[in-house]
Design a protein around this ligand. Structure first.
Ligand SMILES: O=C(O)C[C@H](O)C(=O)O
Ligand code: SF4
Length: 509
């Protein structure tokens, strides 16, 4: 077992930096289905580029490397205590090497352990099997899509689709609703794992286990196979599209599992996974600890097709802005414009927004740009910081604070993903600011725009939550909420709710 730790390390690096071939094929297919030249199609091209960049840079596809969750099958009699120790060491090492973000945070104090180890993290499940080798599977599921998981207790009355009973048709309605409620916030197009039955805990566990199925497999249960096909065909009619920009492809995969339940309970649990569907596995020789095979076809076998330059779209304006930005420049922007940002950008997410409510900002934010982002950073030998992965985080979490902070500090642009709510929209209008949607998960693509790390404040919040001051060049994002009261997110949500309602009539009797 000399090489076991190194094998697990290799698995972590591969999972974080190289999407497997079945996931790549699903994304490739989505690109073929999406209308060319639309916002969703352009975003899918960026996603495809980002996948290639991550593989080439051996750096995280998305900065949120999620909750590392291992499922380990061992031969009878194998020493699981030693294996656990090696897995923890491999996790700490890959964090140190910036292959994983420092993602383990004390829930009460907010302190980041800095090595991804702590109570409950990582998650390791051991199971024995009657084979001589070891199998280690790993999923890195990010927090943003985890927040879009949902559990239904049937019977229920659901927005859009109405009554959902304790039968296959009720389950169908739950799944359609689950895709709708995620909107673009979990970085659609996504994959869903569904668990029918169990209790609240095992239902979710079953749902997550479905994510380990290969994208192209067929459910052995005929009813569930039909349900999966139905969802794959119809969820895309909701029109949510990539990142919630509207479009033809909203869902890339649907896998449903079933287990028994208690007479009183009927749970339908849905695990939503973003397009950055990072899961891989290895078979390991129990004697040497060396990898003998990969469980999922590796991504390197299927390069993502690169696009010819996108066709000119006369409807879409491209505006270059250098921070600090004036109110006049902002007022001239409208939903749909592409903005290219140069100059200084400041990261800020959950801890910073709460902090700024009753503290001064460490730097002048007048005319400034706030980026909802928790990057992966690495320090070189000379002590200089470098951005290793830096896509946007889900902005809606800052909704309680954002409007007040924009006005208090004179911020002109907020960049994030998934959109924000009515309070922020009103503040954008009142103060003269915009919300720009960046492409979630495109962490390598955006990291390249940060030419220099100027400085950092509030490091006591930990690397992802600190306020990084970044010299930026050519950061492209789309205006999805402008200073005239328009919100693409509100429009897509309303439109998709209307579409959801068309799935109200029974299908499985
Ligand atoms: O934590 C992050 O950086 C992103 C998160 O996964 C999100 O989708 O909001
Ligand atoms: S930012 Fe998007 S792609 Fe990255 S983990 Fe979160 S949901 Fe997934």
């Amino acid at each position: 077992m000399q090489h076991f730790q190194q094998s697990v390390y290799q698995l972590i690096v591969e999972t974080s930096t190289n999407l497997p071939a079945d996931v790549r094929r699903a994304i490739q297919k989505a690109r073929e289905q999406e209308d060319q030249g639309t916002r969703s199609a352009l975003s899918l091209s960026t996603i495809a580029n980002n996948i290639e960049m991550a593989e080439c840079n051996v750096s995280p596809i998305c900065q949120d490397t999620g909750m590392p969750t291992f499922i380990v099958h061992t031969p009878i009699g194998a020493n699981q205590i030693v294996m656990r120790k090696h897995i923890l060491e491999a996790v700490a090492q890959s964090t140190k090497d910036a292959k994983l973000r420092t993602n383990s945070v004390d829930s009460l104090t907010g302190a980041n352990t800095g090595d991804n180890l702590g109570p409950g993290t990582p998650v390791i499940h051991f199971e024995q099997w009657e084979r001589d080798d070891i199998e280690v599977k790993l999923i890195l599921k990010g927090g943003g899509c985890e927040n879009k998981n949902i559990q239904y207790s049937l019977p229920a009355e659901l927005e859009g689709v109405g009554k959902a009973g304790r039968d296959l048709d009720g389950i169908r309605k739950c799944i359609m609703h689950a895709v709708y409620q995620a909107q673009g916030q979990g970085c659609s197009a996504g994959f869903i794992g569904v668990g029918i039955g169990g209790d609240r805990t095992t239902g979710y566990e079953l749902a997550k286990h479905q994510l380990f199925r290969k994208v192209e497999d067929v459910n052995p249960n005929e009813d569930l196979a039909k349900l999966e096909d139905y969802v794959m065909e119809n969820a895309n009619k909701l029109g949510i599209g990539t990142m919630g920009f509207g479009g033809q492809v909203t869902l890339l995969g649907c896998k449903v599992g079933v287990m028994n339940r208690l007479p009183a309970s009927f749970f339908v649990s849905v695990a939503y996974n973003c397009w950055a569907f990072r899961r891989q596995g290895v078979l390991i020789d129990a004697g040497s600890g060396e990898i003998t095979n990969w469980v999922y076809e590796r991504g390197s076998d299927l390069p993502m097709k690169q696009d010819a330059p996108a066709a000119e779209d006369s409807e879409r304006r491209e505006v270059v802005l250098t921070a600090p930005i004036s109110e006049e420049q902002i007022r001239s922007l409208k939903v749909g414009d592409i903005v290219i940002i140069n100059g200084m950008m400041h990261t800020g997410r959950d801890a910073l927004h709460k902090y700024l409510m009753d503290h001064d900002s460490p730097v002048d934010l007048n005319g400034g740009v706030i980026y909802h982002c928790g990057p992966v950073m690495a320090k070189d030998a000379s002590g200089e910081w470098h951005v290793k992965a830096a896509g946007p985080t889900t902005s809606i979490r800052e909704e309680p604070y954002q409007g007040d902070i924009i006005k208090k500090f004179g911020i002109r642009a907020v960049i994030g993903k998934g959109g924000m709510g009515a309070k922020t929209l009103a503040a954008l209008q009142e103060h003269g600011a915009v919300y720009l949607n960046a492409i979630g998960g495109a962490a390598q693509y955006y990291a390249e725009c940060f030419k220099k790390v100027e400085s950092v404040d509030l490091m006591e919040f930990g690397i992802p939550e600190a306020m990084w001051h970044l010299q930026t060049e050519g950061f492209a994002a789309i205006v999805t909420m402008d200073s005239h009261g328009n919100s693409l997110h509100a429009d897509v949500e309303k439109d998709s709710l209307g579409k959801l309602a068309t799935f109200k009539e029974p299908v499985f009797k």
